[in-house]
Design a protein around this ligand. Structure first.
Ligand code: PEP
Ligand code: MN
Length: 264
């Protein structure tokens, strides 16, 4: 299999417009859960950049549990992401939820995010494979490591080897946390695959107080990078405020992980 260490033993390093993912330096992708407004996004981008991260995250198309919850600003949100990226030099990672929007998201973003709910949307995986763009493949809510590897294989089988895994927690009996962050998956994937592994302790725990310790654990455990939700004012966030870090907490996280591994 293309995803496996048998196919390629050396670690894959993915070049996202000059920013290397999976190399000696950690990659940090941070920003709000959703793009809410131009001001909110530009402020977030400034915070993320100043703290030393390389990527701005933010959803323009939001896969919400309820159809009555904020669904995202769609193409307007993509325009804001591109503006924030151009203003700061941050690379943009944002979710693509369906085949029809692969082209428009690809026109504004540097990395296409496949959300947990779409990890086994095989038509979408083939479409992002055909796009040739870097792909951040989040783990399905109840996906085994084997199923996740096969999802990556769907993208790679289209000739696109620019795939990064993102562990974001799985559904277990535990309901204190939103999900159970499976850090053993990082070590398992690093053994089985040459592709980079990113950890998202924000969705992985659902609780901002747990994000910094789990980020440190992920880095110590060999993750190639982190995806972190940060909001200028978490209590006013339109989605995932309870797991979003304040700017000060995000700066604290960056300082802590720098003590464990180098960040650009
Ligand atoms: C997100 O990153 O905002 C998101 C919706 O994540 P997940 O697909 O992991 O739930
Ligand atoms: Mn979120």
């Amino acid at each position: 299999k293309l995803v496996s260490r048998e196919f390629k033993n050396e670690d894959s390093v993915i070049d996202v417009g000059g920013v290397l993912v999976g190399g000696p330096q950690l990659t940090v992708m941070a920003g709000p859960c959703a793009v809410e407004s131009r001001d909110q996004l530009l402020e977030s981008a400034g915070i993320v950049k100043a703290a030393g991260a390389q990527f701005l995250r933010g959803g323009a198309y939001k896969p919400r549990t309820s159809p009555y919850s904020f669904q995202g600003l769609e193409e307007k949100g993509l325009e804001m992401l591109a503006e924030a990226g151009a203003a700061t030099g941050l690379k943009i990672v944002t979710e693509v939820v369906d085949i029809q929007s692969v082209a428009v998201v690809g026109a504004y973003a540097d990395v296409l995010q496949i959300g947990a709910r779409n990890m086994q949307n095989f038509q979408l995986l083939k479409a992002v494979g055909k796009s040739g763009m870097p792909v951040l493949l989040k783990r399905g809510i109840a996906a085994t490591i084997n199923e996740w590897l096969h999802a990556a294989e769907y993208v790679m089988s289209e000739g696109n080897y620019n795939v990064m895994f993102c562990e974001r927690g799985i559904r277990t009996f535990e309901d204190y946390t939103r999900n159970t962050l499976d850090l053993s998956a990082v070590a398992a994937l690093k053994n089985l695959s040459h592709l980079p592994v990113i950890v998202d302790p924000s969705h992985g725990t659902g609780l901002w107080k747990l994000v910094r310790p789990m980020a440190r654990a992920a880095v110590a455990g060999g993750a190639d990078g982190l995806m972190i939700e940060v909001h200028p004012n978490p209590s006013e966030a339109l989605s995932d405020g309870s797991q979003s870090l304040t700017p000060a907490n995000f700066r604290g996280l960056m300082n802590e992980i720098r003590a464990i591994a180098p960040v650009v």
